[in-house]
Design a protein around this ligand. Structure first.
Ligand code: HAM
Length: 432
């Protein structure tokens, strides 16, 4: 026998009934985005590797270790062999599209959202996959459109609080920081590097490496023994220039006015190089080690870094996989939702009539499962009980008289219902 093939490590199949929850989350997100005047953008799943190297940053873990990259051979004389990458995130692709379609020419702010798969070769664990899904949004435009305003940051954060509340996610925490301008960050990096020299030998091996390659990443360390040392390191807030300080204060004031709760977290520096000024994460205690439900921030220099005009922006991406995990743990979603009714023909001669009845009810907006006339009545009842709230028996008598027999599984009641009233009867919540 040949070897059974399985989904690749770090990828997984999403199956019903869980996919119903995925759809509900996506529908809620689309609804909230529409109310905040965002439109949908769909960018390709793979892009030129240079986009991520220049956009996300060559030194980041994502670009240096986690990308799925390949040489795409030319198929014709007119083509060149290219180095392509499955997108590890969507912000760089959105900004590339913004530049390519000259979306800044309108002089308006562009408010764009996306829902789709992303790919990173990380070590798989609960809440961390190699193909995962993000729901994200970006607000970008020329400075004359107000794209640098702290009000944009506050609006995005307030929208996220609304979205998580509407999704029914309780107990989230908003962690907020400002990483300042690239020059602020360079000064801070130097200060960190200097402060690490006398203490780094007492820290974990990862921190010893980070202290040399990218001192900011020391702040992400989770090793308990390193925490007291990290607490003593310089804070980025002390290295912000006046512009960044005023901007951040205005973001906080607007959040306070809108009563969006937040924690200032000076250690939140995020793992992508394009961030400037405001950065944030929403975390959730129920997720374990991978506790970030979503992350984002401002990226005022990204467009220029990939060859575009000045186009400050702010955005976020939420891990759809992690939203699903949180909601599954919160609600008891294990009980599969059930159809409104199961139509059971009594005998194969009634199969066609049952199809017609099911069609009638489905057109009436009901969720119907269709049985099979070769089943004995007992088997029809057992099958129906597993997947539907009610069963409609369709025998010769019912067909002739137009009076259907309906049994409700939760109340045990059996009722005779005229065909014309059947859809309304089955839909009745009281009947469930
Ligand atoms: P990120 O923090 O790399 O930011 O990812 C955002 C969210 O995607 C994370 O908070 C997490 O929920 C989810 N996520 C990331 N990696 C995985 C994984 N391997 N498995 C499951 N979920 C994952 C970005 O991607 C930025 N583009 C966000 C952004 C948009 N910043 C500005 N605009």
């Amino acid at each position: 026998m040949s070897q059974t093939l399985k989904a690749v490590r770090g990828t997984r199949d999403l199956l019903p009934p869980e996919t119903a929850l995925w759809n509900r989350i996506e529908a809620t997100a689309r609804d909230v985005f529409a109310r905040y005047n965002f439109g949908e953008i769909r960018t390709p799943v793979f892009e030129d590797t240079a986009l991520f190297a220049r956009g996300v940053g060559e030194e980041t873990d994502i670009v240096s270790k986690e990308m799925y990259t390949w040489e795409d051979r030319a198929r014709a004389q007119s083509e060149k062999t290219q180095t392509l990458t499955l997108r590890p995130e969507n912000t760089a692709g959105v900004v590339r599209a913004y530049i390519e379609h000259q979306m800044g020419e309108s002089g308006q702010l562009q408010k764009l959202y996306y829902i789709g798969p992303q790919f990173r070769r990380e070590r798989p664990q609960k809440g961390r996959y190699r193909q995962f899904y993000q729901i994200g949004a970006e607000v970008i435009g020329p400075p004359s459109a107000g794209s640098e305003s702290p009000l944009r940051d506050a609006e995005v954060l307030e929208m996220l609080a609304t979205l998580l509340d509407e999704l029914g996610i309780s107990g989230w925490t908003l962690e907020l920081n400002s990483v300042g301008s690239p020059t602020d960050r360079a000064r801070y990096n130097d200060a960190l590097r200097a402060a690490l020299v006398p203490v780094v030998s007492q820290m974990c091996v990862d921190c010893q490496r980070r202290a040399v390659t990218n001192p900011l990443r020391v702040l992400d360390c989770k090793v308990p023994a390193d925490q007291p040392i990290i607490e003593t390191l310089p804070k980025i807030a002390d290295y912000l220039d006046d512009g960044s300080k005023t901007h951040f204060a205005a973001v906080i004031a607007a959040l306070d006015a809108a009563a969006v709760p937040h924690n200032l977290n000076p250690r939140l520096v995020r793992g992508l190089d394009y961030y400037t000024r405001t950065t944030f994460e929403f975390t959730h205690g129920g997720l374990g080690a991978q506790n970030a439900l979503l992350g984002g921030g401002r990226y005022d220099g990204l467009s220029e870094a990939i060859g575009g005009p000045k186009a400050p922006g702010i955005g976020f991406a939420m891990g759809l996989d992690r939203l699903v995990l949180t909601l599954l743990a919160q609600l008891d979603q294990k009980a599969a939702p059930k159809a409104d009714a199961f139509v059971a023909p009594l005998g194969e001669g009634l199969n066609a009539a049952a199809l017609v009845l099911a069609r009638e009810l489905r057109h009436g907006g009901l969720w119907i499962e269709l049985g099979e006339g070769s089943f004995r009545l007992k088997k029809s009842f057992e099958t129906a009980d597993k997947c539907a709230r009610q069963i409609v028996i369709l025998g010769e008598d019912e067909l002739k008289s137009g009076i259907m027999t309906v049994k409700n599984f939760s109340t045990g009641n059996q009722t005779k219902v005229p065909r014309a009233e059947l859809a309304a009867f089955l839909a009745e919540p009281a009947a469930s």
